[in-house]
Design a protein around this ligand. Structure first.
Ligand code: NI
Length: 177
C-alpha cells in the first residue's frame, strides 16, 4: 500500500481520455486500486480517479461514510467502478458546490444531472448497475469526467460562483473529489 501524489490542474495527464481496463483482478490492477484507496483516505476525499495519480485507465473509486466533520454529507457506499457508462435518467440539472483533489483550495458551482444510471464493473469483473440521485449522482459524474480529461472548472457556467474554499466557506471542513 502506498499514498500516491495527486496530480494538480495543469498536468497534461489530467486532460487525457483514459483507456478501458481489459483484464480484471490482476495484481497490477488490485495494487492500483489499493493505492487509490489509501490516497483517497489520506486526502480525506470523497472520490478519486486513476488519472489523478497519473494512470490513464478507466478506474474510479468513491464513497462517503457518515462523518461528524461533514454533517450534511449524504452517505455513499464505497465503490470501485471500472469502464463506467453513465445514462442520465432526467434532463433536470442541479447546481451545487464541488471541489477536487486536483484543484486544491478552490470550489465552484457545477451543474450535474440530478439522477442517472451508471453501469460498469468492479475490480473482479462483477457488473455494477445502479440508479442514483443527489450527491451520489454528482460524485459519479465528477469522477467519470476525470476519465474523459474533464475537470470541474470546465463545467462551471457562472464564474462568479468559483473561488477559494476558505473565502467562500470560512472555517468549514469540506470534502474534495
Ligand atoms: Ni476531482
Amino acid at each position: 500500500m502506498s499514498i500516491r501524489t495527486v496530480l494538480r490542474m495543469g498536468d497534461p495527464c489530467l486532460l487525457k481520455v483514459a483507456d478501458k481496463v481489459e483484464k480484471f483482478n490482476t495484481p497490477e490492477l488490485n495494487m492500483l486500486i489499493q493505492d487509490m484507496h489509501d490516497t483517497m483516505e489520506a486526502e480525506d476525499g470523497a472520490g478519486l480517479a486513476a488519472p489523478q495519480i497519473g494512470v490513464s485507465l478507466q478506474v474510479v473509486i468513491f464513497g462517503v461514510k457518515s462523518n461528524p466533520r461533514y454533517p450534511d454529507a449524504e452517505e455513499v457506499p464505497y465503490t470501485v467502478l471500472l469502464n463506467p457508462v453513465l445514462t442520465p435518467l432526467t434532463q433536470e440539472v442541479e447546481q451545487d458546490w464541488e471541489g477536487c483533489l486536483s484543484v486544491p483550495g478552490l470550489r465552484g458551482m457545477v451543474p450535474r444531472f440530478a439522477r442517472l444510471r451508471y453501469r460498469g464493473f468492479d475490480q473482479y469483473g462483477k457488473p455494477i448497475d445502479r440508479s442514483v440521485g443527489g450527491f451520489h449522482a454528482r460524485v459519479v459524474q465528477h469522477e467519470c469526467d476525470h476519465l474523459q480529461g474533464i475537470l470541474y472548472p470546465m463545467r462551471i457556467t457562472d464564474f462568479r460562483l468559483f473561488g477559494y474554499t476558505e473565502v467562500l466557506f470560512p472555517g468549514q471542513a469540506l470534502m474534495d473529489e
